[in-house]
Design a protein around this ligand. Structure first.
Ligand code: SAM
Length: 220
């Protein structure tokens, strides 16, 4: 699959499910204390470095962008899917949401104090991850922090139905060791990684979930 093919397929799938995805998942953080703890730690790192605003990349319906805002961060969202961006703008009219791709961000070098990519690399083919991580490194200011969430494993599943809709969407489980290696190759230092078991709401087939905190080193 070429890079543009995977972007097209992902965009179309999320345009199809945007409204129902938001209905089903916009309050997900309320029942996930571990997720909230990670966001709180991320906010402290960003505020401590005082390095600029935060982008929620692959923001979906914008609920995590709003949570980042509630933590005192200057946060905005970016998503590939115009349908998702429309849903986010309607739900949170006070916040900024842009269409865009993590593979080629319309952001200046060093513009951000933080990047959140919360389950947004799960549709990125492994061979495209270096491009995405290079973009994260490029747009982060020195000292900026990355918070990354993804499905831990090593497999690809093709979905033809999700969130009550027919669609066509590839989902990738990625090896945490490989992600750590790729982040390092992109110039990002991994400070922490957390691997948790699937909880009672996730089917066991979902497997382990991975969370990384990484940082763009300051110049020596
Ligand atoms: C599983 S959803 C996660 C949404 C949100 N972060 C959350 O946790 O609920 C994946 C989101 O990433 C977006 N996405 C996937 N690939 C992307 C890319 N290359 N650039 C920007 N957004 C992307 C999709 O459109 C979708 O909204």
């Amino acid at each position: 699959m070429t890079e543009s093919t995977h972007l097209c397929a992902t965009r179309t799938a999320y345009d199809t499910v945007a409204v129902d995805y938001a209905r089903l998942l916009s309050d997900a953080l309320e029942s996930r204390p571990l997720d909230r703890a990670l966001f709180a730690a991320f906010a402290e790192f960003v505020q401590g470095a005082d390095a600029g605003p935060v982008a929620d990349l692959g923001c979906g319906p914008g609920h995590l962008t709003a949570h980042l805002h509630s933590l005192g961060l200057s946060a905005f969202g970016v998503d590939l899917s115009p349908g998702m961006v429309a849903v986010a703008r309607e739900a949170y009219p006070e916040l900024r949401f842009d269409e865009g791709s993590m593979t080629a961000l319309d952001l200046a070098d060093g513009a951000l104090g933080g990047v959140v990519s919360w389950y947004s690399i799960v549709h990125t083919p492994p061979e495209v991850l270096p491009t995405v991580f290079a973009e994260f490194h490029r747009v982060l200011a020195p000292g900026g922090t990355l918070l990354l969430a993804f499905k831990a494993g090593d497999r690809l599943r093709h979905l033809e139905h999700a969130y009550g809709h027919d669609l066509s969407l590839d989902v990738y489980w990625q090896s945490p060791d490989r992600i750590a290696e790729l982040l390092g190759l992109a110039g990002l230092a991994v400070d922490a990684r957390l691997i948790r078991e699937p909880d009672e709401r996730e089917r066991p087939a979902q497997g382990r979930q991975a969370y990384f905190l990484a940082r763009k080193p300051t110049a020596v």
